[in-house]
Design a protein around this ligand. Structure first.
Ligand code: UDP
Ligand code: UDP
Length: 462
């Protein structure tokens, strides 16, 4: 078959990501993975773009994958002064939601016509009505863990069953049907605040996701077997559409890592990064700095005291002081720039990962067999940290709390915890085994590979 006829007979799927790198990265990886399965992929980019990291990642995708078509989606103008949040990513998400009506002509203009749309979970409640009107099958990409998905789809039922409608959650424990009980302190704090606008989004999106044709999750059976089973057996929510566990999404590009790492002994470095959105307080950064200096290991630390990765006006010296960088230059490296994390985690010098437990970070560590010391900071991260701990690939010191101003973790505790994980051979071995499981899942005959093939077959038959 020529490439032309092959593409013409392939299903045509469009992808619509939400905002922030934690949502964009899995969409980019999924786009490449579907193209490799001979699916024709169109990628919808929302404009204006928020961060430099997002613009760069998109430019890389299109230049390295000419088969993926780019469709621009221009958002409605938005008056930021009337916004409910200062977080630029939540704002962007709100603007995309408000612009959803403009999607109808865009989605109808694709040629050949679309077989399906894959939508970010944060856009479900405003985009599914649009695709329903067009009779276009809509699949949701859930960019966090299956465990978080179970909260996402059961939370609307939990709050609506309370007398008086959307009242606050009572008691200290939450019961997600079909799953273990969860301390209330593990759920994203914004869900406990009735005044947060994204609490309502979360509820609306969770409800509307039940009307999608399926839910795609970047996870795999060996990592979250019980949760996936409970979801697909209808125990969490009886009318849930099928959940496709199709992870780990694989890295698809290689960029140079830091030459500093090449000079470090194998598995000697702890990599410290709190994702693209979680900024530690100045006080906590200082304690962490001393903790890292005290502990035996070498370290590579990505310091971000800004939530948006744009040109930062604050110099590193202002946060840590020049002295610190001089003092640690033989055992540690501190970087302020956006680095390619998937490359760093794959470097042989990396031995451990001190992580905020963003789901992408966890799956990237799993892919490379790097054990995790979990230090959740916000949103879904405690739910994910629990997956890390229960699957045996890392440790979570729960007394560290959310890493907010209420719980300053001192340098001694940080140093001790790092020493503990460095000595823990069992966790290192379990992380290594999970790496093998991850690779088996996406190889021929593996559970995630089969789930992707099932999806492609469904789209082919539409
Ligand atoms: N990331 C990166 N370089 C950085 C910080 C983050 O490449 O300096 C990537 C990381 O590999 C991951 C994504 O950005 O794919 C962050 O997503 P995650 O779910 O881990 O956390 P979030 O940033 O959404 O809190
Ligand atoms: N969320 C939402 N609507 C928004 C922003 C956030 O529903 O406009 C929910 C989202 O479903 C997620 C949680 O808030 O479960 C955390 O948001 P996000 O995933 O953006 O945070 P991140 O993972 O990037 O830290």
């Amino acid at each position: 078959m020529s490439e032309f006829t092959e593409l013409n007979s392939a299903p045509h799927v469009a992808l619509l990501p939400g905002s922030g790198m934690g949502h964009l990265n899995p969409f980019l990886r999924l786009a490449v993975s579907l193209t490799n399965q001979r699916v024709q992929v169109s990628f919808i980019t929302t404009h204006p773009i928020v961060s430099k990291a997002e613009s760069k990642a998109l430019a890389c995708l299109f230049s390295a994958n000419p088969k993926i078509t780019c469709k621009e989606f221009h958002l409605v103008p938005f008056d930021k002064s009337s916004a409910d949040s200062e977080d630029p990513f939540y704002l962007q998400c709100a603007v995309i939601r408000r612009s959803s009506h403009l999607l109808s002509p865009l989605l109808s203009s694709f040629s050949p016509p679309l077989s399906a749309l894959i939508t970010d979970m944060n856009l479900a409640s405003t985009v599914i009505p649009v695709t329903e009107a067009l009779h276009l099958p809509n699949y949701i990409l859930f960019t966090s863990s299956a465990q978080m998905l179970s909260l996402f789809v059961s939370f609307p039922v939990m709050v609506s069953s309370k007398v008086g409608g959307d009242s606050d959650i009572e008691g200290d424990i939450l019961t997600i049907p079909g799953l273990q009980e969860i301390p209330k302190t593990w759920i994203p704090p914004f869900l406990l605040n009735m005044n947060k606008f994204f609490r309502n989004y979360f509820i609306e999106n969770g409800k509307k996701t039940l009307q999608s044709k399926g839910i795609l999750v970047n996870t795999f059976e060996s990592l979250e077997l019980q949760t996936l089973k409970a979801l697909n057996d209808g125990k969490v929510v009886w009318n849930l559409p099928p959940v496709f566990a199709i992870g780990p999404f694989m890295p698809y590009q290689s960029s140079p890592t830091l030459t500093w790492l090449d000079d470090q002994p194998s598995k000697s470095v702890v990599y410290v990064c709190f994702g693209s959105r979680s900024a530690l307080s100045r006080e906590q950064i200082k304690e962490l700095a001393v903790g890292l200096t005290r502990c035996q290991c070498r370290f590579l630390w990505v310091v971000d005291d800004n939530t948006v990765n744009q040109e930062s006006s604050v110099e590193l010296d202002e946060v840590l002081g020049h002295e610190f960088q001089e003092k640690v230059k033989d055992k540690g490296l501190v970087v302020r720039d956006w680095i390619s994390q998937e490359e760093i985690l794959g470097h042989p010098a990396i031995g451990w990962f001190l992580s905020h437990c963003g789901w992408n970070s966890i799956l990237e560590a799993v892919w490379h067999g790097v054990p995790i010391l979990a230090w959740p900071q916000m949103s879904d991260q405690k739910m994910n940290a629990d997956v890390v701990e229960r699957s045996g690939i890392g440790m979570w010191e729960k007394s560290w709390g959310w890493g907010d101003e209420k719980t300053l973790v001192n340098s001694q505790e940080i140093g001790e915890e790092l020493e503990k994980i460095m000595r823990n051979e069992l966790i290192r071995e379990q992380a290594k085994q999970m790496r093998e499981e991850a690779r088996r899942a996406v190889a021929g005959g593996g559970s995630s590979k089969n789930a992707i093939l099932d999806l492609v077959e469904i789209w082919n038959s539409l």
